[in-house]
Design a protein around this ligand. Structure first.
Ligand code: G6P
Length: 372
């Protein structure tokens, strides 16, 4: 009903708008004043956390994309090797796991069959399992050794938005907690990122306040057949997520690529007028990759692409090559997906609406896939 949607035309728009709150709620009570984390839910004692020698993340759909981003953070902050795998593939493999492995199962619903089976498969090999979940008491947390709940609140729209951002927050918390427990060569750096997390809800708020041009752009692209998404580093999974949202909601052909792969295929798709969304890393945080992606944007533009560039505020270098520029507030490089994902959600939602689609219940999709 209209009342349930809180005055928004769809649950999806309501849930997109709720993201600053969802992120704040997921951080609540977990960050101490000195930039230290308290995650009592992770009942694994510090001594055992120090013995972990490998992290394996399993998930499906949008939750899988949060895992792909988590890998960059976990490896960088903890120096632990981290693998991320689609639960539907992992469960049929012979993964190499033991009691020193930590398997992280990420699921909004806590009921996705493949993710549940993947976690059982990991447990059979002796791995510890930590769930990141949005649904209290659901099956995946019940079958895990520990659970870190995301506090996004109920997510009704089939396409995941606020649950995704809170999954990311939970992944960052796990990574930073492991770094804190195991020691990091730059403890002040870790505390500083923890403090930066507290500023993220405000940053998302600012992104949301500037979304009218994105909606306008989306409406102007309603007749397109294809949209490509490019990213590097943590922007690569963001590109995958942007493309997934467009498939789910707008029923358009959309693909996400690692920008470094352009010359290995995707550039052959670039033709006059093709919209290409590029997620640009922070010029300060990732100067090398920033330079590389600026050349990628020049390359596709020279071949006629219509470039939609998502970049950090004050990034003047990209301006000459952006047909459409979407600015996001500065964050530490690894946290950038928390702000760059938001315009892509708004974009997909507006494009779907412009094409006459029902955004809360896309055709053929279910909120939770509890069968095979
Ligand atoms: C379905 C939903 C997606 C979701 C995926 C995984 O495909 O439509 O939005 O990302 O399942 O769901 P889970 O509940 O395990 O996060």
């Amino acid at each position: 009903s209209a009342a349930e949607k809180g005055g928004y035309p769809s649950f999806m728009l309501k849930e997109i708008a709720e993201q600053p709150r969802a992120v704040a709620d997921t951080l609540l009570g977990r960050i101490g004043p000195e930039g230290t984390l308290t995650l009592d839910e992770i009942r694994i004692p510090a001594r055992e956390l120090r013995e972990i020698d490998k992290v394996v993340i399993v998930a499906c759909g949008t939750a899988f994309h949060s895992g792909l981003i988590a890998k960059y953070a976990i490896e960088h902050w903890t120096r632990l090797p981290c693998e991320v795998e689609l639960a539907s593939e992992f469960r049929y493999r012979d993964p190499i796991l033991d009691a020193r492995s930590l398997t992280v199962a990420i699921s909004q619903s806590g009921e996705t069959m493949d993710t549940l089976m993947a976690l059982r498969h990991a447990r059979e090999q002796g791995s510890r399992v930590l769930a990141i979940c949005n649904t209290n008491g659901s099956t995946i947390p019940r079958e895990s050794d520990a659970v870190l709940y995301t506090h996004a609140g109920p997510e009704i729209a089939v396409a995941s938005t606020k649950a995704f951002l809170t999954q990311l927050v939970a992944c960052y918390l796990v990574a930073l907690y492991l770094a804190q427990a195991r020691g990091n060569k730059d403890p002040e750096g870790i505390r500083s990122v923890i403090r930066d997390l507290a500023g993220v809800p405000g940053a998302i708020e600012r992104v949301l306040a500037g979304m009218e041009p994105v909606r306008e752009l989306a409406r102007s692209l309603a007749d397109q057949d294809t949209v490509l998404f490019l990213g590097r580093h943590v922007g690569y999974p963001v590109a995958l997520e942007g493309a997934l949202k467009l498939k789910e909601l707008a029923y358009m052909h959309a693909e996400g690529f690692a920008a470094g792969e352009l010359k290995h295929g995707p550039i052959a798709l670039v033709d006059r007028g093709l919209p290409v969304v590029v997620v640009v890393p922070s010029p300060q945080g990732e100067p090398l990759l920033h330079g590389k992606i600026v050349s990628n944007i020049q390359e596709i533009r020279a071949r006629g692409a219509r470039t939609v560039v998502i970049a950090q505020e004050g990034d003047t270098e990209v301006v000459p090559y952006a047909d459409h520029l979407i600015s996001v507030p500065a964050t530490p490089a690894l946290l950038q997906p928390l702000v760059t994902t938001v315009p892509l959600q708004v974009f997909a939602c507006a494009l779907a609406t412009a094409r006459g689609n029902e955004v809360d219940q896309p055709r053929n999709l279910a909120k939770s896939v509890t069968v095979e």
